[in-house]
Structures are given as structure tokens and as C-alpha cells.
Design a protein around this ligand. Structure first.
Ligand code: ADP
Length: 427
């Protein structure tokens, strides 16, 4: 554990720390960010009204549109001469949002990424193959800083140029790698195509995030690269990667949210009302310690649930895997649909690989979904029987009738280094 004092802090102490940090944060943003002063004044809320995390529900949400309205620097709480770095979101869903960091923010970023890497199995003295993109995207530099702080040697490969990635993974002998799960799929398939036995590689741990993924991809990547793969979650608005991380010995039980820095809530996506632990809704964060770009109740648009795990090594709350972004949710004939739900069904059927995409089209007045999915390499399958099976299971579990188009291996687009879109919406 990188910081066992904080990672195992008794819950009452953690709450007291959060409350102290929250009341100081609220006073700070009220004085320094005009957006928040206006927001509080409009509803007659005083900074002193917020003393504990229970008071948070009095504060309105901050949404991505608020950040866009204040583009580029309107939400900064520190003057530019105290800013040491500027990043932007990947812009997956429109104009990017711009975020800033003071030196202290960068130190916190390093701390939470160092904790995350240790949680994933990394140790000082190991080498990190960092295949997250370097640049405005927080992935590359974020992982870099945390790995350095942990005491690792960073190989700053960045995303893309797959041939070179394979060479470096073989020759530089990193024990840990990080990239998007879809790119890990690509890398594992490229090794297989070349007939290279990945058991000969030094890499043992893969830290994967920046897009939704399920056990289907974990299985493929762990077998294909001979690694233990864990989930890392984050978003540039909150800090970048390292908001939460799954422990390599607690796989499948959720990712620890480093809640001494990021206070989470889950709320109903329609009413905005807080939901009990374990119920699925929109994930909300308050950045308890951020200086340059503090946010109160930021609406991430990511769908998951949060809960404490009594059997866990650490005291911090865990979040479930993200099902998808609320704005990536398809509504098909009145049924809500995330692509990860289809991925989960594919996983239950033999001879199908988690290389798939959903094509959405208008068929007359109705929306129709076609699942394109590849069969696995080197196996003769009965296409008709397999399609029938997938169609039936999707109908049973999701409640929608979808067209099935089975594809031969290596025909559906792959990640070339970054996030992969698994939905092609032709409407
Ligand atoms: P953008 O929103 O433009 O993609 P970011 O690069 O900051 O900008 O990406 C953050 C978003 O990426 C999150 O809000 C979430 O939707 C997604 N994301 C990040 N990590 C994960 C993860 N481990 N699982 C699922 N989704 C993730």
C-alpha cells in the first residue's frame, strides 16, 4: 500500500477530514470563483451553511455546460502565475473543457496515481510501459507523474504505433503497462498474430481505463497478455486518472475512490436526488483538496453505484465498473441501452470475442440495432446457431430484439491507441 495511513484511515476520522476540507473548500470557491458566488447567492446559500458532507445536497450540481460557459479559464480559482499545468478533456463529447493545476494539485495527482499503481500491483523499482496518450489528455502525464513518485522507471511510449509498442514490451521488459482496455485488446491480438508467446514478456500487471469495459475484455486481455488487469478511473475535470482504482487482489469488487481527495455521491439521473449505497445512478464528485480547479458536486454523467466493502483492505468506498456515460445511453424502442450490457451477454456465449460494435439505424419509424461481433480465431462455428443464441440471450436479459451479424476475426475496427467508440449511430 502506498499510503496506508490514509488508505486505511478509520471511517470516522476520514469523515472528519472530509468535513474540514469541505468547509474550507466552500469558503474558498465562494470567494474566488464568480460562478460559485453567483450560484450560492441565487439561492441564498451561505458558505457557512456547508459544514459537513451531509450538507452537500444543499448545493446545486456543476455540469459540463457550466464549464463550457466559462471556457477556457473562468472556473479557475487561482491566478495564472500559480498555475503549473493546463490539460483538457479528450473532447469525446464535444468541445473540450480546460483544467488547471497548481503545484499542490500536481502533488495530489502524483499521490493518487502512485496509490493506484501500487493498488494494481506495481512496486518501486518496476518499469511502467505508459501507452496512454501524452499531451492535453491527462492520461499520459498523469500516469507518468504518479509512477515517478512511486519510484518506478517510466517508459513514456504514448499511444499508437503498435509495432513499436510490441518491440518495447519485449525488449525494455516493463513489469507494468497502462493503456485503454480496447488498446490492450489490440496489443494482445497483435502478439498473437505474430506468434509471440506473451508468457516470455516481463509484464505482469495492466492498469486499464479511460473507457467502459467489462469482464469479457478482462478475460481476453489477461489471457492474451498474460497479465493481471485492473481498472483505473478518472476524468480531467476531477484530476485525471487515479480518482479510483481496483486492487489486484480484489478484482471484480469495484475500485477504491480516494475519498480523502474526491468526495463521491450517486444521484438519480432524472431527479438528482441522492441514492442509497448500492443503487445505480450518476456519479458526482466534490474535489476536497483541489486549488486551481475546484468543483462542487460535479455531474460526471458516468453511471455506476458506490458502496463500502467490509471485506476490503482499505476503508475507502468502492465504485462499480462504469456502465457507460449517460449521454452514450441509447434509448431503443423505450428501452435504455449501454453497449457494456451487450458486451456482458457476448461474454456468456462461447466462441464469440469481445470485438464488437453496435450499429443503430432508423428502419421506418423504428430504431434498429445490429450487433456486429467477431467469432474467435481458429474455431469453426455454426453461424446460424450462434446468432440465434446471442439474439435470444440479448432478448432475455436486455429486453430488446437485435439483429446479429457475426463477423470473421479481425474485421471490426480496433483501437489504434486511445478510446474506441463501440457505437456507430447512423440515425
Ligand atoms: P472526455 O470526457 O472528453 O473523454 P476525459 O479524457 O477526461 O475526457 O475522460 C473522462 C471520462 O472517461 C470519464 O468521465 C468516463 O466517462 C471515461 N472513463 C475514464 N475512466 C474510465 C473507466 N475506468 N471506466 C469507464 N469509463 C471511464
Amino acid at each position: 500500500m502506498y499510503n496506508s495511513k490514509l488508505e486505511k484511515m478509520p471511517l470516522e476520522e476520514l469523515r472528519a477530514l472530509q468535513n474540514d476540507r469541505l468547509s474550507a473548500l466552500v469558503k474558498r470557491v465562494y470567494q474566488t470563483v464568480p460562478f460559485y458566488k453567483k450560484q450560492f447567492d441565487a439561492i441564498g446559500l451561505q458558505p457557512d451553511d456547508i459544514q459537513t458532507v451531509e450538507d452537500l445536497s444543499k448545493i446545486p450540481f456543476t455540469k459540463k455546460t457550466d464549464l463550457r460557459d466559462n471556457y477556457p479559464y473562468g472556473m479557475f480559482a487561482k491566478p495564472m502565475n500559480e498555475i503549473r499545468r493546463i490539460h483538457a478533456s479528450s473532447g469525446t463529447t464535444g468541445k473540450p473543457t480546460v483544467v488547471g493545476y497548481t503545484q499542490n494539485d500536481l502533488d495530489v495527482f502524483d499521490e493518487v496515481v502512485a496509490r493506484s499503481l501500487a493498488c494494481a500491483g506495481a512496486r518501486p523499482g518496476m518499469k511502467l510501459h505508459n501507452a496512454y496518450g501524452y499531451g492535453l489528455f491527462t492520461g499520459g502525464l498523469g500516469m507518468h507523474g504518479g509512477a515517478t513518485k512511486l519510484g518506478m522507471a517510466v517508459i513514456p511510449v504514448s499511444g499508437g504505433m503498435t509495432e513499436r509498442q510490441l518491440t518495447i514490451l519485449q525488449d525494455f521488459k516493463p513489469e507494468v503497462m497502462c493503456c485503454t482496455p480496447s488498446y490492450a485488446q489490440t496489443l494482445s491480438e497483435e502478439f498473437a498474430k505474430k506468434g509471440i508467446d506473451t508468457k516470455t514478456l516481463a509484464v505482469k500487471y495492466a492498469v486499464l481505463g479511460a473507457e467502459p469495459w467489462t469482464e469479457a475484455i478482462r478475460e481476453q486481455v489477461e489471457a492474451g497478455l498474460d497479465v493481471a488487469a485492473t481498472n483505473i478511473y478518472g476524468l480531467s475535470e476531477i484530476i485525471g486518472p487515479g480518482v479510483s482504482q481496483e486492487d489486484v487482489e480484489e478484482k471484480g469488487t469495484g475500485s477504491y475512490i480516494w475519498e480523502d481527495h474526491f468526495y463521491p455521491e450517486v444521484v438519480d439521473k432524472t431527479t438528482g436526488l441522492p441514492l442509497p449505497y448500492g443503487e445505480e445512478g450518476v456519479l458526482i464528485f466534490t474535489t476536497l483538496t483541489k486549488e486551481a480547479f475546484p468543483l462542487l458536486r460535479y455531474w460526471t454523467n458516468d453511471i455506476c453505484s458506490i458502496d463500502y466493502d467490509k471485506n476490503a483492505k482499505r476503508t475507502h468506498i468502492k465504485m462499480s465498473a462504469i456502465k457507460g456515460r449517460a449521454d452514450d445511453m441509447l434509448i431503443i424502442r423505450g428501452v435504455n441501452l449501454f453497449h457494456t450490457q451487450v458486451e456482458e451477454v457476448i461474454h456468456q456465449i462461447n466462441f464469440l470475442s469481445p470485438n464488437y460494435r453496435l450499429i443503430v439505424e432508423k428502419k421506418g419509424a423504428m430504431d434498429a440495432v445490429t450487433v456486429e461481433v467477431e467469432t474467435i480465431q481458429g474455431v469453426e462455428v455454426d453461424n446460424e446457431e450462434l446468432s440465434k443464441q446471442l439474439h435470444g440471450k440479448i432478448k432475455d436479459t436486455i429486453g430488446l430484439s437485435m439483429n446479429i451479424a457475426l463477423k470473421t476475426p479481425n474485421t471490426i475496427p480496433r483501437s489504434q491507441g486511445g478510446k474506441l467508440s463501440r457505437i456507430l449511430d447512423k440515425r
